[in-house]
Design a protein around this ligand. Structure first.
Ligand SMILES: *[C@@H]1O[C@H](CO)[C@@H](O)[C@H](O)[C@H]1NC(C)=O
Ligand SMILES: *[C@@H]1O[C@H](CO)[C@@H](O)[C@H](O)[C@H]1NC(C)=O
Ligand SMILES: *[C@@H]1O[C@H](CO)[C@@H](O)[C@H](O)[C@H]1NC(C)=O
Length: 260
């Protein structure tokens, strides 16, 4: 399946306007590193041959996404018969940061999954996925993982689970709340809460191809599924292709954005 650039841009790309949240930005002096997290070559989808239609489609998409990656939305989607692609940057990574992450991710995919038709890679600040099927708009139940800080929190596990659950609920509510101006929900929220005198910073995000309801389902499902990984840790995150949650005891978002 091959789409010309204009078709892919005008007809297929799902476009969402920049969200208009009420924001309080306070600059924090912090390391905003962009660590590599994980990747997956979807081996069962096979490899493409040089010069094939698939190779051309992939090459064109990679190029088009590069142009789009610097936009202020921080994501780009392409979905069609037999091919789909997603670039989703973290909510605080748009413009040059999103583009940098995209360029890093694509270069790494070329090394790690040479000639594979379908592949996914995750960095702190972005997710890049190419697939042989129309997969945007569906929750991806197959590609997910959880990482946590080796350090345990210690102390009262149940108190932590209670705080963490409420915190997660609060962030999920913010992320899936429809903004009255844009009529869309941000699918992204950050916040902070106190746990026994320490500040805990959290973030939830869903990829822009899924609707609110699916975003909520994805977050809830995974927070239950990954309870053991998340609980009693000095920081942890789960990552699905469709949604992610992260908390740390230090601020990790470039601009701490508070949703009111
Ligand atoms: C930034 O990273 C360096 C090295 O990892 C660390 O020593 C330093 O404390 C970090 N600074 C902040 C503000 O987190
Ligand atoms: C959750 O939100 C409620 C209502 O805004 C707030 O009172 C509470 O402190 C929040 N809890 C956490 C853990 O974020
Ligand atoms: C995330 O991925 C896991 C992995 O299989 C899956 O079981 C879980 O259901 C996924 N969650 C969602 C909602 O995508």
């Amino acid at each position: 399946m091959y789409f010309s650039s204009s078709v892919s841009k005008c007809a297929i790309m799902i476009h969402v306007f920049a969200m208009q949240l009420l924001l309080i930005n306070s600059e924090l002096p912090l390391n905003t590193t962009n660590a590599y997290l994980n990747h997956k070559c979807l081996v069962s989808n096979g490899k493409y041959k040089p010069g094939s239609e698939y190779a051309k489609q992939l090459k064109l998409t990679i190029k088009n996404f590069y142009s789009d990656s610097g936009n202020k939305e921080g994501y780009t989607l392409l979905g069609g018969d037999g091919f789909s692609a997603i670039l989703q940057c973290r909510g605080d990574s748009y413009g040059p940061k999103c583009r940098d992450c995209y360029a890093t991710a694509v270069a790494a995919l070329r090394r790690k999954c040479p000639s594979y038709k379908a592949m996914i890679i995750w960095y702190d600040q972005c997710l890049v996925s190419f697939d042989t099927k129309y997969s945007t708009g569906q929750i991806d139940y197959d590609n997910n993982f959880c990482m946590s800080n080796a350090k345990k929190l210690g102390g009262d596990k149940f108190a932590f689970i209670r705080t963490w659950n409420t915190f997660m609920d609060n962030l999920t509510t913010l992320a899936t709340r429809v903004d009255k101006d844009t009529k869309r929900s941000p699918l992204y929220a950050v916040g902070e809460t106190r746990f026994k005198g320490d500040m805990m910073y959290g973030m939830v995000q869903c990829t822009k191809d899924i609707p609110d309801k699916a975003c909520e389902e994805c977050l809830v499902y995974n927070s239950i599924r990954f309870q053991d990984c998340l609980n009693d840790k000095r920081g942890a995150r789960f990552i699905n292709r469709s949604c992610t949650f992260r908390f740390e005891f230090y601020p990790f978002i470039a601009k701490q954005v508070r949703n009111i």
